[in-house]
Design a protein around this ligand. Structure first.
Ligand code: 4AD
Ligand code: MG
Length: 464
């Protein structure tokens, strides 16, 4: 029986400034300790890291049933909020009535003992009820809000770029195909699949980046950002790659590479400061159990000025390092993650922007520098994670852009609208993409991207 008392969140109950003679909480049982006269339930509703202690006395109606509840059961408790004599908690609830909404038996997988992250991944439907994943997903939510707040406070327009698109922005051929053609008997023209008969009248796929459309909006609203899902069909089995991830992509008119780096730096400092101010309880857990020294690292980052280093200097530093890298470094090659980590962890000891990469190894849209062989690109590298941001000033000169597209064998006919922006009212502009999961890995200390996204998609895995 319920009295219709509104539910109080456990977070609010624990933060209460006074006692209550009667309140109602609902949540999932973390542990039960039963004695003859009294039983204790740790109840969690996800609103905060801590569980609240529910005290059941044997004189209470239904004591027998309630004190035999299984871990994982869902209950509704009415009782009094009273000071707790136990250490480490200010309040507890002296139960007057307990109602079982959904019991759980001993097969419930999240019993008291600690589980490996790998095992928890295999029960992605239940892992949000664990301490670690409760903390991860609360932080993910809080920081999503902080992303919007940062840009909205600065007058950036939020634009929803399409998820289905015909353009492979990064040109890396990593697009998932979207089609309604019969896979067994597609229409053919000259022995090849005739995409003109497909749903969109051309080959389409899931977006790898909202940047190209973001650029269109930046030439109307000056400062814009996107924040949405991004898809890459790269067959990487690393701890830093997912086939579906979320990316934040600001784009700014009237901005060069230096301005782009400045925004990225402000943005990261803002997010980290936000986390320190709003996610203290969860961060304390990560600091203690996941990455020792995490809090000190974040506090330092919130104040730090990020280093900048050109690609050319980075290559020199790597060559002088005397390190036996698996992939030897020379000017012109792409930096591997072992090089990125060495630069940020050993050479700089903190975040570093590497700028001005060779034109041949970066995307077609990046602005060619005056030296004719590098582009105005930047990657932000951070310890443990490596690259978390990739960005650039964009090529705003129509003739140079056409040359760059020719060099990459990109048909100008495939991107007429992108070229139009250079034809009418072109302006210097720049932007970047922050991989939201990579950032969450950095902020929580979690080492695998699969553990910072609710339901990870990686090669061979699309369950849940
Ligand atoms: O460096 P990327 O490929 O840059 C772009 O997509 C540009 N269009 C961004 C822009 O200038 N607007 O990707 C940007 C970031 C990377 O630095 C990384 O953090 C993340 O996106 N990222 C991935 N995160 C998880 N899994 C993957 N497979 C990722 N690929 C890129
Ligand atoms: Mg990149």
């Amino acid at each position: 029986m319920t009295t219709g008392l509104p539910r109080t969140r456990i977070k609010d109950a624990l933060a209460s400034s006074c006692e209550y003679i009667h309140l109602c909480v609902k949540g999932w049982v973390r542990t039960v300790r039963r004695g003859k006269e009294v039983a204790f339930i740790a109840l969690n509703d996800g609103s905060c890291f801590a569980s609240i202690q529910i005290v059941l006395e044997s004189a209470m109606d239904g004591f027998d049933v309630a004190s035999r509840l299984g871990t994982g059961a869902c209950i509704e408790v009415e009782g009094a909020l009273v000071p707790s004599p136990a250490s480490g908690q200010r309040w507890e609830i002296k139960a007057q009535q307990v109602r079982i909404l959904g019991d759980a038996d001993e097969d419930y997988p999240l019993q008291k003992k600690r589980h490996t992250l790998e095992y928890l991944r295999s029960i992605a439907h239940l892992r949000p009820r664990s301490n670690t994943f409760g903390a991860v997903f609360r932080m993910r939510s809080a920081l999503s809000f902080a992303v919007h707040r940062f840009f909205q406070e600065r007058g950036f327009l939020y634009v929803h770029t399409p998820i289905i698109t015909a353009n492979d922005c990064e040109g890396a051929g990593e697009m998932f195909r979207v089609t309604t053609l019969d896979p067994v008997k597609p229409p053919l023209a000259g022995g090849r699949v005739d995409w003109s008969q497909d749903f969109f009248g051309e080959k389409a796929g899931l977006t790898v980046s909202g940047q190209l459309q973001g650029e269109l909006f930046a030439t109307a609203f000056a400062d814009i950002y996107t924040f949405g899902p991004t898809f890459r069909a790269e067959n990487s089995h690393t701890s830093r790659h997912a086939a579906e991830f979320w990316m934040i992509e600001p784009e700014m008119a009237f901005t060069d590479l230096a301005g782009d780096c400045a925004l990225a730096e402000d943005f990261l400092r803002y997010l980290v400061t936000y986390a320190l101010e709003h996610c203290g309880e969860d961060l304390a857990f990560f600091d203690e159990r996941v990455e020792k020294g995490l809090l000190a690292k974040l506090e330092a980052l919130a104040k730090a000025r990020f280093e900048r280093m050109s690609y050319t200097e980075a290559v020199e530093r790597l060559q002088q390092s005397g390190q036996g890298f698996e992939f030897p470094v020379q000017w012109g090659c792409d930096l591997q993650s072992e090089h990125e980590r060495y630069l940020t962890e050993q050479v700089v000891g903190g975040p570093v922007f590497v700028t001005d990469y060779p034109a041949a190894i970066k995307a077609f849209y990046m602005r060619l520098n005056d030296d004719g062989r590098t582009v105005a690109a930047m990657d932000l590298l951070v310890p443990r994670v490596g690259e978390i941001i990739g960005g650039s000033q964009r090529e705003d000169r129509l003739d140079v852009l056409l040359q760059r597209m020719a060099a990459f064998h990109i048909d100008p006919e495939s991107l007429p609208w992108y070229l139009d922006i250079r034809r009418w009212g072109s302006c210097p502009h720049a932007g970047f993409g922050l991989g939201f999961e990579r950032f969450l890995m950095y902020v929580t200390g979690m080492e695998n991207i699969r553990d910072v996204i609710p339901f990870p998609r990686t090669p061979g895995h699309a369950k849940f």
